[in-house]
Design a protein around this ligand. Structure first.
Ligand SMILES: [Zn+2]
Ligand SMILES: [Zn+2]
Length: 317
């Protein structure tokens, strides 16, 4: 499971930061969370194809979060896409896409599914589920949770040998959940399999002020991608415009007990984000400020490997 930060700025694009979009790469799927203007050009700097995008999750209809979607779809059409595309977002999304279809701006040459959502479970993709929750941004606005399904427990080889199971296909049967019989004794999978292991969990705050629901949803997350539009110097603006400061994002990460916090949606006024990272780390040490084209790989907790952050390469700012 990998995240590619395509746009990490809030409000308007700057030389350093494009507006909001993050790609989640999981198995053969690419899920985009938001698609601000210019996202498709950012994708060309990354190492996946825009044709691989299977789902787009829109958090809300402020322009820095969705204006890039229709240009991206046009490029898919021009490249003769045939695979379906599913777009998910708050109420109003169907009106928007229907209107653009009517104007001929969206060409229905590949199957397009549009799903409006308030909150709750939305979809199951192979190996994971996606759900939405209402955040606190003063407009219809959502955060998203992408949760990988539980994995099977570990096979206890030593225990299997102790039980006299001969090495070979019978091991595989037990791992597949089948009972086997050895010397007229029935052996059940649970006798040699550990308990199921949790999958990975990613949570996207969307644009939000303090939000109790977000903290609830983020409990146990591997990565919380949280907006940090402002520093504490602009706390009054954060309160007024329903955004977060880096400190508020860090408090949410601490309260939810997440593994790693990534701060994004940085206001153009913070050319150097040092202040924001310091303010966040006073509260929550495992915090990183996203940069455009930064990649994050998320290994399983039980692998013993840390979340790794790869700084952008080959991107001439
Ligand atoms: Zn925004
Ligand atoms: Zn917004």
């Amino acid at each position: 499971m990998r995240l590619v930060f395509l746009g990490t700025g809030g409000a308007w694009p700057t030389k350093k930061r494009n507006v909001s979009s993050t790609a989640v790469i999981f198995r053969d799927k690419v899920i985009l969370v938001d698609c601000g203007e210019g996202t498709q050009r950012q994708i060309h700097w990354s190492n996946f194809s825009f044709m691989k995008i299977s789902h787009v999750l829109i958090t809300h209809f402020h322009t820095d979060h969705f204006l890039g979607l229709f240009g991206l779809m046009e490029s898919m059409y021009l490249n003769e896409r045939k695979r379906p595309l599913e777009i998910i977002g708050p109420p109003g999304l169907s009106w928007l896409t229907d209107s653009l279809c009517e104007l001929g701006m969206i060409k229905k040459t590949f199957p397009l599914k549009v799903t409006e959502v308030n909150d709750g479970g939305i979809l199951d993709i192979e190996g994971a589920s996606v759900s939405a929750f209402v955040n606190s941004h003063g407009v219809r606005s959502l955060g998203y949770v992408i949760k990988e399904n539980q994995r099977k427990g570990k096979f206890n080889r030593e225990k299997a040998m102790e039980l006299g199971i001969p090495e070979g296909p019978l091991f595989g049967k037990l791992q597949q959940g089948e009972d086997i019989t050895v010397d007229e004794t029935v052996i059940l999978p649970e006798m040699v399999m550990g308990s199921p292991r949790s999958g990975r969990k990613l949570v996207f705050s969307g644009d939000t002020h303090l939000c109790g629901e977000l903290v609830k949803q983020a409990v146990g997350a591997d990565v919380l991608v949280h907006e940090a539009t402002y520093g504490e110097d602009m706390r009054d603006k954060a309160d007024e415009y329903k955004h977060s400061t880096a400190r508020l994002a860090a408090e949410a990460a601490r309260d939810a007990g997440v593994r790693h916090l990534i701060l994004t949606h940085i206001s153009p006024r913070y050319d150097d984000p040092e202040q924001l990272i310091q303010e966040a780390r006073e509260i929550f040490e495992k915090a990183t400020i996203a940069e455009d084209l930064m990649e994050v790989t998320v290994p399983y907790r039980d692998s013993g490997n840390d979340i790794s952050i790869i700084a952008p390469v080959g991107f001439d700012q």
